[in-house]
Write a protein that binds this ligand. Structure first.
Ligand code: PLP
Length: 476
């Protein structure tokens, strides 16, 4: 065990402190000012005072600094390495956005301040609304939802309201493709709608012939993402929109990962009526670990009358995330926003083509920002040896300093490895990743046991994931 693997409580030494200050009495001026102030206890009512001493580790300042710095290094972050987690858009987010979101003029606002004192913040929200409307082809956005899934629920409630207002209450079904992100059917279920799955064809796209018989007077709408979670552009979207509208339904667009389309193609023009964006993916807020997020919902002409006013939730939603998104859009400008999609698409196709001799590529067409492999071509299984799985590849990547792609999702393939490099990585980084993935494939072919035991040099080995989820040890 390295000494800094110890808990900070184990480093504690009675009487050691992280600071030293001279006694107030040495300084007559302060002694006078602080004569009552030093006795902080006196200001706190006795019934609120703690009865026993607070158990804090007694350590020096440098121990504290090392403790937290080392802790920060035990986790993987986009600031420490490449993070090709499919469907998550784990791209680098410019630090200037953090500066802006932390500016006291914004960070110091109080949610209950009178409206006339927060005109600047309102201008940011209005400006962002206009920018997102221009990018997506929607009419307006509400910034109420605080995550993508929250946006889906809000959007589906708007969909339901649209039908209710037309006395069309029999529409209780939502069609969801089998490649959909898991939150789509989950949100539909939370909204009280029934989920009907539509199958993808062998090309990974929604099968229009399979969709037709599902459409009818009980269909509220369809939830889709385009490009879908296989990274493939649904080329029949125009026809799908026509069919769904013809049967009286609406189209919901999951825009969590909009980067392949930015400035190029608009969901509104594809025929979508309602959509959400994940500002914390596409528009540059670092995410993971549960937040903060922002999942604004945009609506087209049909649903505009049902959009809630005010368009921001109590306390204006996650305003810091909106600031980052607005700063990001303004800094890129109209021209550069259009580069995100081609770069994300180029990166994904470059990796796909470079690795398809080592990893099974079930759908060999040009992809958008992400694509899916279905495990190794040669997993090393022979003479009673168990072959290396997608989980093994993912764990071995950590040994080489890369985060794993998304694994075992989408559920269409047994050994899915879903890779999304994003638009922010250099060619050198992509080449390094490709070299490591090839090396891992070679290791698997030669001796899959190296992979079965991975990771070998991460802070912890391979935990029992079920036990870790069911009985988490959250403190010492
Ligand atoms: C991430 C994601 C979501 C859910 O977003 P959250 O903010 O995590 O709720 C929905 N759909 C797709 C395609 C996503 O990638």
């Amino acid at each position: 065990m390295r000494y800094y693997d110890k808990l900070i409580f184990e480093l504690s030494h009675p009487g050691r402190t992280g600071y030293s200050l001279p006694s107030v009495q040495q300084y007559p001026f302060f002694a006078e000012k602080c004569s009552s102030g030093v006795a902080v206890d006196a200001a706190v009512p006795a019934n609120l005072l703690r009865k026993s001493k607070l158990e804090l580790p007694e350590v020096s300042e440098v121990d504290v600094v090392r403790h937290y710095t080392n802790l920060s290094q035990m986790n993987f972050g986009v600031d420490t390495g490449f993070y090709p987690l499919g469907s998550c858009t784990m791209k680098y987010n410019p630090k200037i956005n953090e500066e802006i979101a932390n500016h006291p003029a914004f960070a110091g606002l109080h949610p209950l301040q009178p409206a006339e004192t927060v005109k600047g913040a309102q201008a940011v929200i209005d400006g962002l609304d206009a920018a997102l409307a221009a990018i997506t082809g929607m009419k307006h956005f509400t910034f109420l939802p605080c995550a993508g899934a929250h946006g889906e629920l809000t959007g589906l409630m708007l969909m339901r309201e649209y039908h209710m207002a037309r006395n069309d209450s029999a529409r209780v079904k939502v069609i969801v493709p089998d490649s959909a992100h898991g939150t789509n059917p989950a949100s539909a279920a939370v909204c009280g709608l029934q989920i009907v799955e539509v199958k993808s064809g062998a090309d990974g796209l929604v099968d229009v012939e399979a969709l037709k018989p599902l459409l009818g007077p009980d269909v509220a709408g369809i939830m889709m993402t385009n490009p879908n979670t296989l990274g493939l552009f649904e080329r029949q979207i125009g026809e799908i929109a026509r069919l769904v509208h013809e049967c009286g339904g609406l189209l919901y667009y999951d825009g969590a990962n909009m980067n392949p389309l930015l400035g190029k193609v608009r969901p509104g023009d594809m025929g979508f009526d309602i959509m959400h964006l994940n500002l914390h993916k596409t528009f540059s807020t670092p995410h993971g670990g549960g937040g903060p997020g922002s999942g604004p919902v945009g609506v087209g002409e049909r649903v505009l009358p049902y959009l809630r006013i005010p368009q921001t939730s109590g306390f204006h939603g996650n305003f810091g995330v909106m600031l980052r998104a607005y700063a990001y859009i303004l800094m890129l400008g109209k021209q550069n926003v259009k580069m995100a999609g081609p770069l994300a698409t180029l990166s994904a196709n470059y990796i796909k083509e470079s690795l398809k001799d080592c990893y099974k590529l079930p759908i060999p067409t040009v992809c958008k920002h992400e694509f899916v492999f279905d495990g190794l071509i040669n997993d090393g299984a022979r003479e009673g040896k168990t072959g290396a799985t997608t989980l093994d590849v993912a764990k071995r990547l950590l040994d080489y300093g890369f985060h794993a792609p998304t694994i075992y999702f989408p559920l269409l393939f047994h050994q899915a490895l879903m890779i999304e490099p994003t638009e922010t990585e250099s060619l050198e980084t992509l080449d390094e990743f490709i070299a490591v993935m090839k090396k891992i494939a070679a290791e698997a072919a030669e001796d899959p046991d190296i992979l079965h035991g991975a990771p070998h040099n991460a802070p912890i080995g391979r935990p029992d994931e079920t036990a870790a989820a069911r009985n988490p040890i959250l403190k010492a």
